[in-house]
Design a protein around this ligand. Structure first.
Ligand SMILES: N[C@@H](CCC(=O)N[C@@H](CS)C(=O)NCC(=O)O)C(=O)O
Length: 201
């Protein structure tokens, strides 16, 4: 049976969301980032980076949350996987763009404004991260002037990957980017997203 390693408080939340969209059975090994379970020789043999999420699909080991979602959506013939090559390429484009331009930046902003104890926060990191977020939200806002979704006429793995990665933006004031805000909430209001979110506790 498919196994997912990674707690919902990590980037595994994106994979949990996709798995709930697919409605398939899976085993969940609920380990936190940097926990002892991710340092064992067995885990490091699967992912020498020691990071979550990873999946073990009957011996096929895969890391990187967004690659995992592409693989699972395609393997299970999900309507979330774009059938048209152009939309498939757009889904890759947006997933790669988010990983480069917003993934770490939204985490750094949250850590250095709220998550870390005050003494550990670095205002310079928070400021630089926010500047990147502002730029990224502007790019998304432009996209949503043209279309309701990122890769084709419907919600797809592209929206799931990008909105899933922007979990921390749900608590930000995005009123300057109203279409992005509406899209983010549309995505996260899906029942599968709510199930994954509930697992964060
Ligand atoms: N690009 C990777 C990032 C994976 C990642 O950064 N995982 C974090 C938890 S969200 C982790 O396991 N960190 C442990 C560490 O840095 O040692 C993905 O999307 O899966």
């Amino acid at each position: 049976m498919l196994k997912l390693y990674g707690h919902a408080k990590s980037r595994a939340v994106r994979v949990l969301w996709l798995l709930h969209e697919l409605g398939i059975e899976f085993g969940h090994i609920d380990c936190l980032p940097r926990s002892a379970e991710t340092k064992t020789p067995g885990f490091l043999a699967m992912n020498s980076a020691g990071m979550v999420p990873i999946i073990d699909d009957d011996g096929f080991i895969l890391a990187e949350s967004m690659a995992i979602n592409f693989y699972l959506a395609k393997k299970h013939n999900s309507p979330l996987y774009p059938s048209n090559p152009k939309n498939e390429a757009l889904a890759l484009q947006w997933s790669l763009w988010e990983t480069d331009r917003l993934d770490r930046q939204t985490v750094n902003h949250a850590r250095h404004t709220a998550d870390f104890a005050e003494a550990e926060r670095n205002p310079e990191i928070a400021k630089a991260a926010w500047a990147d977020c502002v730029h990224g939200f502007g790019v998304l806002e432009n996209q949503f002037q043209e279309s309701d979704w990122l890769a084709g006429p419907d919600f797809s793995v592209a929206d799931l990957n990008v909105a899933g990665a922007l979990f921390r933006a749900l608590v930000l004031d995005l009123s300057k980017w109203p279409k992005t805000n509406a899209w983010l909430n549309r995505c996260w209001n899906r029942p599968a997203a709510q199930k994954a979110k509930a697992l964060r506790g």
